[in-house]
Design a protein around this ligand. Structure first.
Ligand SMILES: [Zn+2]
Length: 110
């Protein structure tokens, strides 16, 4: 299978890392939505839009439209060209909220 990278041209799929559905670009704000997104995934027979990372190429994130039955790729575009910011798929460790810690009670005093 060859993936048409918008920057590099058609390349072997082994140059890419498959991430999953483009649903990951839109993270849900509540835990139920997140639980559904992580554990109740669709497995469609037909057209899908998936995220691929051109790991051994231009290191760009792509949205690839592919038919899961025929494996034919009909379209590929850069995630950065999408309206939404691609930050949700490449989390910045510095942006994580600080973890709250509570002091541990000493078990010997109980
Ligand atoms: Zn590329």
């Amino acid at each position: 299978m060859r993936i048409p990278c918008p920057l590099c041209g058609p390349r072997d799929r082994r140059e890419f890392y498959y991430y999953g559905t483009t649903d990951y670009l839109d993270r849900p704000s509540d835990m139920d939505g997140l639980d559904n997104q992580l554990f109740l995934r669709d497995n469609p027979a037909g057209l899908t839009r998936d995220l691929w990372y051109h790991e051994n190429g231009c290191t760009s994130w792509l949205i690839v439209t592919r038919n899961t039955v025929t494996h034919a790729i009909s379209h590929a575009e850069l995630v950065m060209d999408r309206d939404a910011a691609p930050k949700s798929i490449t989390p910045n460790p510095a942006s994580k909220p600080a973890r709250k810690t509570t002091p541990k009670k000493d078990a010997s005093n109980a």
